[in-house]
Design a protein around this ligand. Structure first.
Ligand code: IFM
Length: 464
């Protein structure tokens, strides 16, 4: 049992409080990756938008040099909130703009960027792949090409060589399941394919590449902490008393979650990405598990849907749903803090430390986010009380940014961005998150303000 205080749901000492970001969504002027090419095509992104200058973290000064001034000002904002960590990604297409050609000035800029974090007391967590591939890699078949494991390892080696003196926390690949599913099955991310065999091939390749990258990093840096950020959807049987619903939920959990988690812990490539074979370099290839948690999904057995493994997924009709892009009827997800607790408990069975590498909510007027943050963290605290080794929380995200296929109209930020002027305005939720970080936990009086209905649950012990 960890320390419980009467007035604050305290996290363990040394807990990391961060925000998570990604290169393509923040830097701007990324033109040499497959996303920039995708954005230039008609009808790919909501209202034809593009990442463009993004939040200008990789800005161009009047002297035409790369300027990190805007990034530094955002790092100031994070530090002023009381955070002690920040997750960002490096952009492969900047570092290796052509096959085998490394741009050392880009690596130096990243070293400078990481230095800005360290100088502000923000421990960097560096993601090595966050959805974007250099165009030269796309032309070679990207993650469908077996050679990409070698290309990725070589890239990782250069990055660790350049940044390893400042970075301990590495995240190899962000959400392999989302990259594979959205790009190759749903077709909403590049390359816009709809093929189950290609989806499986890509996921398998990414998992193998993760294992190779894990070994590469540890060969170069013995004290590195290396993990992967897994987007974990919590599947709940529509009717818990129904054996077929339970089986349907367990099947989706296996495909969507356990495939990845078994691979990076036991080294086992289970169906659909393998036949149960064990890959030595994948075994125990994570020092922590990164959890990206957004929503919970209910699953019913449905004999009319063989193409979807006889399952039907839905959000609880009585649940609160988060915002989506204006005019869209499909919600981004069900708001379910208890799902975070379940995700943590399920992950804990793998016996690894856990970081919540992403958690957040699209919320146009910031009327949900304060409560969202406080209640999700209360559920994280609850998991810790039951022995879950949770080491940190990264809120997605600091400043409203480019949300992939949803463009600029799905705001996840703690700060609002005026895209004309670049001005950032703090939202109420930023102060809420700051108070929590500064208290190293969720204060009772804060919960009273933002989620009064939840106070008795945590401070009255009703959660048990
Ligand atoms: O913006 C994304 C991020 O790039 C990956 N995880 C989910 C976030 C919100 O959709």
């Amino acid at each position: 049992m960890t320390n419980t205080s009467p007035s604050v749901l305290k996290m363990p000492a040394g807990f990391l409080w961060g925000v998570a970001t990604a290169a393509h969504q923040n830097e701007g002027r990324n033109r040499n990756n497959q996303w920039a090419a995708w954005e230039a095509k008609p009808n790919r992104i909501y209202r034809g938008q593009r990442a463009g200058a993004a939040t200008a973290w990789w800005d161009i000064s009047p002297e035409l040099d790369v300027s990190l001034e805007t990034a530094a000002a955002d790092f100031d904002r994070a530090a002023e909130l009381g955070l002690n960590s920040l997750r960002l990604s490096v952009e492969w297409s900047r570092i290796e703009p052509a096959e085998g050609v490394f741009d050392y000035s880009a690596l130096h800029k990243y070293a400078e960027m990481i230095g800005l974090l360290c100088a502000r007391g923000l421990e960097p967590m560096v993601t090595l792949h966050h959805f974007t591939d250099p165009l030269w890699l796309t032309e070679k078949g990207a993650w469908e090409n077996p050679l990409t494991e070698d290309y990725f390892s070589r890239f990782v080696e250069r990055v660790v060589d350049a940044l390893g003196d400042q970075v301990i926390l590495w995240c190899t690949i962000n959400e392999p399941i989302v990259y594979a599913y959205n790009g190759f099955l749903e077709g909403v991310f590049p390359p816009g394919a709809r093929s189950l065999p290609r989806t499986i091939k890509v996921l398998r390749r990414m998992l193998l590449a993760h294992g190779r990258a894990y070994r590469t990093i540890h060969r170069m840096q013995s004290d590195a902490q290396v993990g992967l950020a897994h987007s974990m959807r919590v599947f709940l049987p529509a009717n818990p008393a129904s054996a077929v619903d339970r089986r349907a939920a367990a099947l989706l959990d296996r495909i969507s979650n356990r495939t990845t988690l078994d691979a990076i812990t036991a080294g086992r490539l289970a169906p659909p990405v393998g036949f149960g074979e064990t890959v030595t370099y994948l075994m125990d290839s994570c020092d922590y598990i990164g959890l990206n948690y957004y929503t919970t999904i209910h699953v019913a057995f449905d004999p009319t849907r063989p193409g979807l493994f006889f399952t039907r997924m839905f959000f609880d009709p009585s649940a609160e749903l988060s915002d989506t892009v204006p005019g869209d009827t499909e919600a981004y997800g069900e708001i379910n803090p208890g799902g975070l607790y379940l995700a943590l408990k399920r992950l804990a069975t793998y016996g690894k430390p856990i970081y919540i590498t992403e958690n957040g909510v699209p919320d146009h007027d910031d009327d949900v986010r304060p409560r969202f943050i406080a209640t999700h963290l209360a559920e994280a605290w609850r998991a810790i009380q039951e022995g879950v080794d949770l080491r940190g929380y990264y809120h997605w995200t600091l400043v409203d940014n480019f949300e992939w296929a949803a463009g600029w109209d799905l705001p996840f930020g703690l700060f609002e961005l005026d895209r004309e002027t670049g001005v950032r305005t703090p939202k109420a939720s930023s102060a809420v998150y700051g108070r929590i970080a500064q208290a190293n936990g969720v204060p009772c009086e804060l919960l009273e303000q933002v989620a009064p209905a939840s106070v008795s649950r945590y401070f009255g012990g009703e959660y048990t």
